[in-house]
Design a protein around this ligand. Structure first.
Ligand code: PLP
Length: 406
């Protein structure tokens, strides 16, 4: 008998289970709208052309090898990632009080942020509350909980009545947050709702964070996916930096470079002074050393090479726009077709939402109908990945949704 016989079987991770169920389904016209990854109009993964070119160049570069990277990561990568979210001319960079640390993709950046804050953000006697949006990408909560935060709270975000941002509820919850609480924001292309605050709304949020001395952490996993332009999508982060906040940004290059399994991410620290920054970096170095010693090279090298070379960078911006444009055109087609069919309900949120995901407003019973009867796989929350839709499967999806809601 094993010493572990009493270990309970954990529930499977819903989104991976959904993909496995879809894979096992022999139905020819099945659709996977669960997975959080880009798909081409042929419903296939896409290796960005710029990534292919850079990899080809790397393969024959005699100066590269498989030596360890520094504990804090590949310096060129951290520098270009930090510049990408803050902007090259950011006052925080000019004043030498911001820098990046390589992480195991976006999740790893959140984990480092959580671990660092748990140890060194001690503004309250008891554990700091951590606020996440309701709903949010569920792993944010799990990561912060695993780092020792026991008081995780939700701020209102989604208004189910009109499928929009619940600004009133959100601002009320944040105004009531205890001083020095940590607040996680999605920098853009909110997962799962696809709803982002407008620039005017971000200004209100920044004001509340100032009033209540809240500590902002930006989860930035989809830079470029909302507008097609990474500078536009970094607006909120840069606005907060310009308002002189100290903050953290957790960046993922999984989506924006299509490097899902390479685990290329970056944790950017923006502080008020450069001495504090050096000290914090030295502590993060110790955290990393004891967690996984040092990060992987391949993805970070691709991102750094691309962003540092003007021709590759331009090609990447074009590739990014291709992805964002395809998503937007799927939104438009879906919206048009639902309206043409006269499907009950107002579907305007489909075109007003941003980025890879859409909160459709479909209820759990409708979702179950789509999965069980139509072989269309989506999250029970009604979240769909817009990239799972193509010009070939759109009609089947629309008629199925129409049946589900009637
Ligand atoms: N943050 C959000 C909001 C996400 O949706 C994701 C991925 O789905 C991540 C972070 C982290 O992704 P990864 O660890 O693959 O970079």
């Amino acid at each position: 008998e094993s010493v572990f016989v009493d270990v309970d079987l954990a529930a499977p991770v819903a989104v991976f289970q959904l993909t496995a169920d879809c894979k096992a389904d022999p139905f020819e016209r099945k659709i996977n709208l669960g997975v959080g990854a880009y798909r081409t109009n042929d419903a296939l993964p896409w290796i960005l052309p710029v990534v292919k070119s850079v990899e080809a160049q790397m393969a024959i570069d005699p100066s590269l090898n498989h030596e360890y990277l520094p504990i804090l990561g590949l310096p060129d990568f951290c520098e270009s990632a930090t510049e990408l979210c803050l902007g090259k001319d950011s006052p925080a960079l000019v004043e030498n009080r911001a820098s990046g640390v390589q992480s195991l993709s976006g999740t790893g950046a959140l984990r480092l942020a959580a671990e660092f804050l748990a140890r060194f953000y001690n503004k309250r006697e008891s554990c700091n509350p951590v606020y996440v949006s309701d709903p949010t990408w569920g792993n944010q909560m799990a990561v912060f909980r695993n780092a020792g935060f026991s008081d995780i709270r939700k701020y209102k975000y989604w208004n189910a009545d009109n499928c929009r941002l619940d600004l009133e509820g959100m601002t009320q919850d944040l105004r009531n947050a205890p001083q020095y609480s940590i607040v996680i924001f999605h920098a853009c292309a909110h997962n799962p709702t696809g709803v982002d605050p407008s620039q005017e709304e971000w200004k209100v949020l920044a004001e509340i964070c100032k009033e209540r001395s809240l500590f902002p952490v930006f989860d930035c996993a989809y830079q470029g996916f909302a507008s097609g332009d990474p500078d536009v999508d970094a607006w909120a982060i840069r606005y907060f930096v310009n308002c002189h906040f100290e903050l953290l940004v957790c960046q993922s290059f999984a989506k924006s470079f299509g490097l899902y399994n390479e685990r290329a991410g970056n944790l950017t620290l923006v502080l008020h002074d450069s001495t504090a920054l050096s000290r914090c970096r030295s502590q993060i170095e110790l955290i990393i050393r004891a967690m996984y010693s040092n990060p992987p090279n391949h993805g970070a090298r691709i991102v750094a090479t691309t962003l540092k070379n003007p021709a590759f960078r331009q090609e990447w911006l074009d590739n990014l726009r291709t992805m964002a444009d395809r998503i937007r055109s799927m939104r438009q087609i879906l919206h048009n077709k639902l309206r043409e069919m006269g499907t009950p309900g107002n579907w305007d949120h489909i075109i007003n939402q941003n980025g890879m995901f859409s909160y459709t407003g479909l209820n759990p019973a409708e979702v179950e109908y789509l999965i069980k009867t139509k072989h269309i796989y989506l999250m029970s929350s009604g979240r769909i990945n817009m990239c799972g839709l193509t010009t070939s499967n759109m009609d089947y999806f629309v008629s199925s949704v129409d049946e589900a809601v009637r």
